[in-house]
Design a protein around this ligand. Sequence first.
Ligand SMILES: C[S@@+](CC[C@H](N)C(=O)[O-])C[C@H]1O[C@@H](n2cnc3c(N)ncnc32)[C@H](O)[C@@H]1O
Length: 263
Amino acid sequence: MQAAETFQATLVEFSKQFDQLVSHYDHTLTHRTALEQLINTYSAFITNPANQVAWERWEENLEEFPRLVEDLRRKSAIAVAIMEKYRAFRLQQGDSEITDYFMNIESCIEQEFGSSKVTSDSKVLMVGSGSFPMTPLLIAGRTGAEVVGIDIDDEAVSLGSLVVKQLGSQFNIRLEQKFVEELIFTREATHIIFSSTVSNKYELLDQLHALTIEDVVVAMRYGNGLKSLFNYPMQEVDEHKWQLVDTILRPNQVFDVALYRKA
Ligand SMILES: C[S@@+](CC[C@H](N)C(=O)[O-])C[C@H]1O[C@@H](n2cnc3c(N)ncnc32)[C@H](O)[C@@H]1O
């Protein structure tokens, strides 16, 4: 039980630190080092196999489990979105140093769609493109595909557009603050990627069934178990609409990928 108690105390401490650093965000770089360090420490905690055992023991025994997990998931999602803003600000100042979290995203791109590869003819929609649209940049850069990113946060869309202008003006990338149903591109997309920290991603997947082409492939980033402390987990889908065709498990990375096609 001792291990489970220590584990819970660590999570409570992470939760407090996220609260503190998220509330300090003031659209400047003042608190960025502390937040980046916290996210790197948290990423290492989530991917440490030793914590998997403690997670399982803790999950079984504690009543307050769901609340703390939901809090951490929500707070860490906000923290990561802020870290992307910091990185966009730093790029504007000429600094493009990369953190462990961003390496996690980069390492995913090659595997993301399994055998349904993105080519120069593909049209890729990213839901939750963020203030530093690493995924759209890498996909467009490596494949020549047309990529559209959408985000609900207007600051993320404006910062993200500056990043794209600076790092990928030669690529076919567009960012918009729109909902999937408002976007004509949704009806043309051959590939769709969901950011793991989009809380309503499974509702959107359900909605997308009626809006997309027959052959569309959807890459849903997610995290179950210990990884659900940092990601929204996989959910059941309506089997008349979507079929889970593959899961790409990435043991040393913060999120995994589930691939869906129309049933
Ligand atoms: C961590 S970031 C983006 C991922 C990263 N930039 C990449 O390239 O892989 C997640 C973003 O999702 C956005 N987001 C959250 N919920 C959303 C929703 N329902 N629709 C669109 N964007 C959403 C947040 O505002 C945030 O900017």
